[in-house]
Each structure stands twice: as C-alpha cells, then as structure tokens.
Design a protein around this ligand. Structure first.
Ligand code: N01
Length: 544
C-alpha cells in the first residue's frame, strides 16, 4: 500500500524516527516504502540500538535467533544464516548492518545525533525537534523508537567518581575490548547483564568479585551451534511459523502448559521442570498455566530452581547466598545464562552479599562494605540496569499540545492508548511503549507489529485527507485501566522489578508492560484499525 507523501511544502520531513535499532530501522524501511519522507536520528555512532551499546563480554539475546529476526522480508529470512541457537551481540549487530545495507537504509540515518527536545506546534500541526548540537528539524509525525532498555543507570554509591581504576557499564561497553588479564575485577549487579558477563569476566580476570544485592532466578540457555538441518527445516515453513508467532503468547512458539502445577503429583511436576531445564531458556516458566498467577504454584517452580542452584554450587554457604527468596520466580525477569552458577566453583571468584553487608563506599582502590571488609579492585563493571520503558522517551523534553510536558503528564506513571499514543501529544507514536507487550515479548515481533500499525494508520489518515491524529483521553483511560487490571491478576507486581520502575528511586510504581499476551494484543489493535480507529481523533488540515 502506498500512502504517498502528504505535501512537499511544510515540514522538513514527513516522519522523524528517533533511534536506529530494530524498531527505527524497520520504521524507516516500511514508512519510506509507503512513500513518506523519513529521517532517522540516532545518538550512537553506529546503528543497532541495544546491540550497538550492550557489547559487554557474554552479551547474547535470550530469544532464539531464528525468532529474534525480522519477518517482513521472506527473502531476507531465507538468505540470512544464524550460527547459534541464541545469537551473540556481534552476530545481531552484523545482521542489522546487513539489513541496513540490503534495504539501503543508511542514507536516511543521521548517526551521532542526539535528540534533546521535541515540541508540537499546535498552529502548524508539526513537531519541532532539537538535537544536542542545537539543530532544529521539523516533521509532521515523530516515531519514538529509542527502545525500552536504553537509558543506563549508574548506582548511587558514594565515591564512585573517586575510583582510580577503570569503570565500565555493561550498556556503554567500550568498542575496544578492555584487557582484563591480571586485573582484579568487581561486578555490581546480577540481572541479565551481570549474569551473562560474570562467567566470561571470570575467565579473563585474575580475580572476580561479584557484588549481589538481590539473588535472581537464572535458567540455563544451553546455547549451541545452530544445526543447519534444524534451520533448513524451519526455513521451509518460515512463513507459517511467523504467522503463528504473531498470534502467540509472547512472540515465541513455546509449549505453554495447560495444567495447573497444583493438580499434578510432585514427581510429575519435577519431571516437567527437569525436561524444560534440560531444553534450556525461558520456556521453563511456561511449564504450567498458573506459574505467574498463583503463588503456591509459583513456589514449586522456584523451589525446583533453588534445588538446582544448591546442586551446581559446591560451597553450601555460597549456594545459599545465590538462592533467591522473597519474590516469585518470573516477577523479576528471569535471566538466561551460560554457566553462571558454576562460575562460583572457580578459584578466584568471590560473591559478596551486599544486602547482608551493604556497600558503604567506593574508594580509589576498590569497594568497602559496612562490615569494614575491603575489596581491592582494578576494574569496576556496573551491570546496574536501566531506567526502563520510559527512560529514553523522558530523557527528551517532549512537549505536546499547549506546551504540556510529557514528564508532567506521566508524573504518576506512563499513560498511553495501546502503548502506541498518548493523549495531548498528537502525531507522536511510541514503538513498544508502556501499555503494550513490549519487554514481555519477543521485541522484534512487537516492533514489527507496532510499526505496521502506525504505517497503516498514517495510510488511513492520508486517505481521509487528514494529517493530525491523537488518542482520545477516554480511550486512553480505559486502556490504562485494562492494563492495570490485567497485571493485578498476576504475580508480576510482587517483584521489586524494573517492570514496575522499582529500581529507580522516586519513579512511580506502575506495572508498565501489557501482560495479556502478544496475540490478544495484536487482535485488539487489528480490531481498532478495522473499526476505523474509534479511540483516536483525526483532523483535517483545512480546519486549522
Ligand atoms: O539490569 P537489571 P540488566 N547496589 O535492572 C543491581 C534486558 N537484557 O542490565 O535487583 C547494588 O535487571 C540490581 O540489584 P536489585 C532484560 O530484559 C536482556 O541486568 O535492584 N546492586 C540488579 O541485580 C533485562 O531484564 C538480555 O537489588 C545494584 C542489577 O544491578 C534488562 O535488560 C541481556 C545497585 C541490575 O539488573 C535489564 O537487565 C541483558 C546498587 N546501588 C539485558 N543498583 C538478554 O537478552 C542496581 N543494582 C539475555
């Protein structure tokens, strides 16, 4: 379908896309194919978004490679050969580079261009976007494609800036790999990034100290080379597979258990858990239908993983420190690792429980804890996470109708319609925004769905001869209530997770992703479009 450009006069561009990761690249391709004049602004010096920045040792996706890839081009998906079951960061980045070259995207991307402000001009119905270099560009529409996990957080620990050695954040890892040979390395943080980095850092460093505040549940990836026969078999039915994935629960075809964990015998339960543990990956959490809904059911899965930790880790005292407690498995994102727990059996690897013995200060030579223990370090790795879901958008001073600041509108938590638009901010689209499945899904599947929905909406607007679109406040209120109601029926809000904003002091505690599932959500969005977008108001330029 070709919407065609709306006007050659007026704004500099029809659409400005902010971010050149998976979302921005596909947005550029799709919208440009539809005939719009599109420009992408990217703060990094290269494309790839998350996969440009997060190049720490061990960085790997926890979605299988043949699913963590675009589906929009049957030729692309046939031509590209993944080499491992779970793709490592360099391979994903190479894939995105290939996509950018293959679809001639680079000519419309401005690298090293950080957007600092975006203001809607009510009178002209266009966005005025300002960059850190002080340039201003205008566009009719803005697509926020900056990602859900792209505003890294440094820990608020006294003395961090006094450390004499090198400080590295997993999400700002240097392009030239640091030489850690002979170094005493400390890692703060044991979420997905820390859990992936620790086993590799342990191999490279002379001594590794891991500072753990919350023990997390981690599942083995069982990563392996991708069997060419398995890949060929999937490629033979890729189209059909992709269609099923689009209507699946989380953008991956997993076997979701239909039974309750409480209606089977303990032996049957453990057999199922063991089978899934051996397969590897996040599918473990789908073993029974109620693991994320019923605390007693959840306890059975949590206990199984606790047993595994005690089995793997030789020193019982270390094992006990690694055993998570106090929150349901899955309420904080489970991590998927390669040899994480076994790393603590290596000589020269130390685990410090900083909940029991909090970090008091970082000093030039290392880290001192409240008990007075001192940990001398040459390199400090921060795996301390992100201001998730809203951080990247709110880092930009976004002002909508009548100068309303997005930060002000979202002061008590993000409010969106479908996770795609927010009332008072016309012609602004959020790709995988809060209130959509986003981080609870295979991001590539959700990104393609959002970009296609926005592109179809712009096409429909063009057909109406309109060039302004905005979420209706009543539709937004209903959507926010629906998203909240769904999350309250699960165990998700019981973890102090970044899903809730709990990792950022002062951030409102609102469970941000939509938990109803990718397929259900997609059908809802399709219905909205089929009904002519009843939750949106559109405007005719002649009325201005
Ligand atoms: O960040 P996190 P992440 N003192 O927020 C600790 C995706 N991802 O970068 O739990 C001491 O999960 C903090 O402790 P606590 C994935 O969605 C995917 O690891 O707050 N510790 C926690 O242990 C993931 O969930 C992949 O008590 C401090 C850690 O730092 C998301 O990104 C790979 C502290 C932060 O963990 C974020 O993961 C990587 C302090 N002051 C990331 N401040 C894959 O696809 C924070 N912490 C596999």
């Amino acid at each position: 379908m070709s919407a065609g450009r709306q006007s050659s006069a007026g704004p500099d561009h029809d659409v400005l896309v902010i971010g050149a990761g998976f979302a921005g690249l596909y947005a550029l391709h799709r919208l440009r194919t539809d005939g719009w004049r599109v420009r992408v602004l990217e703060r990094g010096d290269g494309i790839g978004g998350t996969w440009f920045w997060n190049r720490y040792p061990g960085a790997r996706c926890d979605v299988e490679s043949m699913d963590y890839s675009y589906s929009f081009s049957p030729e692309l998906e046939q031509d590209w050969q993944w080499t491992e079951r779970y793709p490592a960061q360099p391979e994903i980045l190479a894939y995105l580079q290939h996509v950018a070259e293959r679809f001639d995207l680079l000519r419309d991307i401005e690298l090293g261009t950080e957007v600092t402000a975006a203001e809607f001009d009510d009178h002209a119905a266009l966005w005025r976007v300002t960059t850190a270099a002080g340039a201003t560009v205008t566009a009719r529409y803005v697509v926020m494609a900056g990602g859900n996990l792209s505003a890294p957080r440094d820990p608020d620990i006294p003395g961090l800036d006094t450390f004499a050695g090198r400080v590295l954040h997993t999400a700002r890892w240097p392009h030239e790999e640091p030489d850690l040979a002979g170094a005493r390395v400390g890692v703060i943080g044991t979420g997905s990034s820390g859990t992936q980095a620790v086993p590799v850092l342990a191999e490279r460093a002379a001594h590794l100290t891991v500072f753990q505040r919350t023990a997390n549940f981690s599942l083995p990836a069982h990563n392996q080379p991708l069997d060419p026969e398995v890949a060929a078999e999937l490629k033979a039915r890729y189209r059909d597979h992709r269609e099923q994935v689009r209507y699946s629960r989380n953008g991956q075809l997993r076997a979701w258990g239909e039974r309750s964990a409480l209606e089977v015998t303990p032996e049957e339960r453990d057999k199922e858990y063991e089978a899934r543990w051996q397969v590897g990956g996040g599918g473990f959490i789908g073993a029974f239908r109620d693991l994320l809904a019923d605390e007693r059911a959840n306890d059975t899965a949590a206990d199984f993983v606790r047993g595994k930790i005690r089995e793997i880790v030789h020193d019982p005292a270390v094992a006990e420190r690694l055993v998570p407690s106090g929150f349901p498995i899955g309420a904080k994102r489970v991590t998927v690792d390669t040899g994480y727990y076994a790393t603590y059996n290596r000589p020269g690897v130390e685990l410090v429980d900083v909940r029991a013995d909090p970090i008091e200060a970082i000093h030039p030579g290392g880290i001192r804890t409240a008990s007075g223990d001192d940990h001398p370090l040459d390199v400090l790795v921060l795996a301390t996470g992100f201001d998730a879901m809203t951080g990247a958008v709110l880092a930009i001073d976004v002002r909508g109708r009548d100068g309303l600041a997005l930060g002000e509108k979202w002061a008590a938590g993000p409010r969106t319609y479908l996770g795609l638009l927010t009332a008072g901010f016309p012609n602004l689209f959020l790709i995988t925004g809060p209130g959509s499945p986003s981080v609870l899904s295979n991001m590539v599947v959700s990104i393609e769905q959002h970009v296609d929905w926005v592109a179809d909406l712009l096409g429909a607007l063009g057909e109406r001869g309109h060039d302004e679109v905005e979420a209706r406040p009543d539709a937004e209120d209903r959507w926010v209530a629906h998203v909240n109601e769904l999350s309250e029926s699960t165990l998700f809000p019981r973890g102090n997770s970044w899903y809730l904003g709990a990792n950022v002091p002062g951030k409102p505690r609102v469970f941000m992703p939509y938990v109803g599932g990718v397929g259900t959500y997609r059908r809802h969005c399709e219905d909205v479009a089929a009904q002519g977008y009843p939750g949106l108001t559109t405007r005719d330029p002649a009325a201005r």
